[in-house]
Ligand binder design. Structure first.
Ligand code: CMC
Length: 426
């Protein structure tokens, strides 16, 4: 017999069905609540609300588990490649050799941008934040690729998904080059996704750029770690914007805007700035005291869902060591500050009681800095990698018969109806 929850209010009662997933908590289906009882539920930051049904990503925050289409992030980071993970997120299954080769070929051959597109970059100030450029440039894709904006057409949806995955590195690298005052570097089809991106960022016309395999592998792994994370703020933004039927490029631009905030994707930039401000290991105890006194936050710590070590943070820490060793920065003072900060914080009651652990952003800043990126680029790299998650979730949302335009309700606490008074009577 299927389970239900009895709900009683104002003398009326209703049996609310309980829905069961394959993993994770059961969900009470409250869709009929308002129609039958005239009350809404109140959950302003969705701490207890499942906004959709999804088959893409599962997180068990208490046990530090992250699965994409069922596969643990540790196995994907170790054995897979970012493009393979893209295929998995988008299509539901790992590709066979022929499917992978077809997918890789499609992505590689969509990396170029319309020639006219480059004019957008010149409109920005050189000191513009690259996330500002990304938000504008990705939104502008909808003005260039009209042939893939019909959201009702599955083929057009897939073409726009491929275009976004393919063109994000080119746009991100251009945003970087523009801030450096260097000429844009065009993509090359003989390189892997990560190699191509690093080359578009770091090659200059004056000399050849040879991709470093250790750094390219690390970049690829960082992309895998950021590929999807179920219904976080930016993904929910993409789904919400998409629920109105908006085109995919506009939806992803909205996701980028949401990601930019310091509590979300902007935390990697803030975490590195924090480590720089702390400066040396001697200053760590004072900084931790400041967190406990609520003078500042410990950026790169804490998570809405993980109440345990973020599994991505463990892999990121390992990648950080690999990149620093390869670059000869093994004794980076900021790495020492980060490790001391982590050690102290994990043993302090303030953090233990609140279940605050390092998240993916704690070590990513040091790693990306060692790869040669300035802090303003960190969130851009996150957006590049998360694009596949956003677009896969958007595809799922469009195909879900239960989804309608997103329209939350409210608890109104403003003035009750009153009459307008003319200005001389106020
Ligand atoms: N430093 C100090 N105190 C913290 C921190 C932190 N980083 N995170 C949470 N707390 C405290 C918070 O003040 C609260 O204390 P109290 O109960 O005494 O008021 C308690 O821990 C619970 O925190 P919360 O704000 O209710 O938790 P939340 O689920 O609303 O917020 C979060 C999650 C990620 C926004 C928050 O932990 C945070 O702002 N962390 C720093 C920013 C960061 O690293 N963000 C990256 C998240 S992972 C990547 C991504 O999603 O993009």
């Amino acid at each position: 017999m299927s389970e239900s929850v009895k709900f009683e209010v104002g003398g009326r009662s209703l049996d609310l069905p309980v829905m069961k997933g394959t993993l994770g908590p059961d969900v009470v289906d409250i869709r009929k609540l308002y129609g039958e009882t005239d009350v809404f539920t109140y959950d302003p930051s969705f701490t207890s609300t499942a906004s959709c049904e999804s088959k893409i990503t599962f997180i068990d925050g208490d046990n530090g588990v992250l699965l994409h289409r069922g596969y643990p992030i540790e196995q994907l980071a170790e054995n897979s490649s970012f493009l393979e993970v893209c295929y998995l997120l988008l299509n539901g299954e790992l590709p066979n050799a022929a499917e992978f080769s077809g997918f890789e070929n499609t992505i590689t051959r969509h990396t170029m941008l319309h020639d006219q597109f480059d004019r957008f970059f010149n409109g920005f100030r050189r000191d513009a934040h690259p996330m500002a450029i990304m938000t504008g440039a990705v939104g502008a894709l909808s003005a260039f690729y009209h042939d893939s904006t019909n959201v009702e057409d599955p083929e057009q949806r897939m073409i726009s998904s491929h275009r976004l995955i393919a063109k994000m590195p080119t746009i991100a690298a251009r945003a970087f080059k523009y801030s450096q005052g260097q000429p844009f570097v065009h993509p090359r089809n003989d390189l892997s996704y990560a190699e191509n991106f690093l080359r578009m960022c770091f090659a200059v016309p004056a000399e050849d750029y040879k991709p470093n395999p250790v750094l390219a592998k690390a970049m690829d792994k960082i992309f895998i770690l950021h590929a999807d994370h179920e219904q976080n703020a930016s993904t929910s933004t993409v789904r919400m914007v998409g629920s109105s039927g908006a085109n995919p490029f506009a939806c992803i631009a909205a996701g980028i805007a949401s990601l930019w905030g310091p509590k979300h994707g902007g935390a990697n930039e803030e975490a590195l700035n924090m480590l720089k401000a702390i400066g040396t290991v001697d200053n760590v105890p004072d900084f931790v005291q400041g967190v406990k006194d609520r003078r500042h936050m410990l950026m790169g710590f804490g998570h809405r869902v993980y109440k345990n070590y973020d599994p991505r943070a463990k892999i990121m820490q390992q990648t950080c060591h690999e990149v620093l060793a390869e670059m000869g920065h093994g004794d980076d003072p900021l790495l020492k500050v980060a490790m001391e900060l982590e050690k102290i914080a994990l043993n302090e009651d303030f953090f233990v009681e609140r279940k605050l652990y390092p998240n993916v952003d704690f070590y990513s800043g040091i790693t990306l800095r060692a790869l040669g990126f300035p802090p303003e680029m960190f969130t851009v790299l996150f957006a590049l990698a998360r694009t596949v998650g956003w677009i896969s979730q958007w595809q799922e949302m469009i195909q879900d018969p239960a989804q309608k335009i997103g329209r939350p309700r409210q608890l109104y606490t403003g003035a009750v109806k009153r009459d307008y008074t003319a200005i001389d009577g106020r």
